[in-house]
Design a protein around this ligand. Structure first.
Ligand SMILES: *Cc1c(COP(=O)(O)O)cnc(C)c1O
Length: 360
């Protein structure tokens, strides 16, 4: 079976075998060793010297942690949104009482840097900027380096959803002044859902010391205190920690730059392939993501039928569009455990399935 949705992604045998291990005391030295080893390896993957915490939560829990740990009710934040996940990030901030200034862009189109600059210049009260590195819903990667350069000029906090990019597409957390970066285990990390991984900069800690949003389970102060003892504040998803320890070893032995290059190659193969089938990409080409390819279905393709034919006749699982893109696009996930040969298989299946999913 080819599971090619943008998460959960397939797990290598090393991860599956690691999870067969017996439970251990999460307050004992054995778990402490695993937690410390994971944390050190994650710092390399995040390209940070700051703190990294592993929370037992899905990615959305990590986004919530970013908000509640750095902001107070009434704080103004600038949301840069061009897709489903960016809107979710802003929604979380709103629910916790932040005042959100929405800078919305057409889905699949890049964030206008001029608009960001203008917004930050005209409203001195903005405290933080919410950005999405890889917008999984539209298959595009936002230019965090450029966005960060603007945010840096105004010395604001930059909170980044890198859930479907970190570990696949380079995001140098420290060099690009990202104050919080969030990712999740079931995306590029090749392990099951259940863990959110977050980095915290010095500036984010300063904001944390004044942040008054209610928080308990996701409190970074508790995570830091416990990490110093080789523990997590609450019972962690131990089996997924076993798996992550194993896949991080695989990733570091492959080498981060090689992983980024592999995703770039696989992404290019996917894009060339869908174009050679006479299809077009949903997002602006220049920003097309190396972890998920979003394809226009046009009015000729029945997306639900296409997904069904691929699943039933080719054992290929792909994703449809979300929210207003439902029925309009389909998405091929290619992150984590993925090689050129996998994409070639998907494209062959797609070539056979497309005529069977014609409308009318
Ligand atoms: C998958 C994803 C999320 C949501 O993560 P969950 O683990 O489902 O909570 C958020 N943002 C992006 C960009 C994602 O790809």
């Amino acid at each position: 079976m080819q599971l090619r949705i943008p998460g959960p992604t397939p797990c290598p045998p090393q991860a599956l075998e690691a999870m067969a291990r017996q439970m251990m005391n999460h307050r004992g030295p054995e778990f402490g060793k695993i937690l410390n080893s994971i944390t050190e390896k994650l710092k390399q993957a995040f390209q940070t010297k700051g703190d990294v915490f592993v929370l037992t939560a899905s990615g959305t829990g990590g986004l919530e942690a970013a908000i509640v740990n750095t902001l107070s009710p009434g704080d103004k934040v600038l949301s840069l949104a061009n897709g489903v996940f960016a809107e979710r990030f802003a929604d979380i901030a709103e629910k916790y009482g932040a005042e959100v200034a929405h800078l919305n862009f057409e889905w699949g189109k890049p964030v206008s840097l001029d608009a960001v600059e203008e917004a930050l210049r005209t409203d001195g009260n903005i405290k933080a900027v919410l950005a999405t590195h890889n917008e999984t819903s539209t298959g595009m990667t936002n230019d965090i380096k450029e966005i960060s350069a603007v945010v840096e000029k105004f010395d604001k906090l930059l909170l980044v959803d890198a859930i479907s990019s970190l570990g696949c597409i380079s995001l140098p957390t420290d060099d690009w002044h990202c104050d919080i970066v969030v990712t999740a285990s079931q995306k590029g990390w090749m392990v099951p859902p259940g863990l959110a991984m977050v980095s915290v900069s010095e500036k984010a800690w300063q904001a944390h010391s004044k942040a008054k949003m209610p928080r308990y389970y996701l409190d970074f102060s508790k995570a830091k205190d416990y990490l110093e003892k080789g523990q997590t504040p609450w019972t962690p998803a131990i089996s997924i920690f076993y798996a992550l320890d194993a896949t991080l070893d695989l990733m570091l032995s492959e080498g981060l730059n090689n992983i980024f290059a592999r995703h770039a190659r696989v992404g290019q193969t996917a894009r060339n392939g869908v174009r050679s089938l006479g299809l077009s990409l949903f997002p602006d080409e220049k920003y097309a993501s190396n972890t998920v390819t979003a394809v226009n279905a046009t009015d000729r393709i029945d997306v639900a039928r296409l997904i069904q034919v691929l699943r039933e006749e080719h054992e290929v699982i792909i994703a449809g569009g979300q929210q207003k893109l439902s029925g309009k696009i389909f998405r091929i996930g290619h992150l984590g455990l993925v090689y050129d040969r996998d994409i070639k298989l998907i494209l062959e299946a797609l070539n056979k399935a497309l005529p069977r999913a014609k409308k009318g």
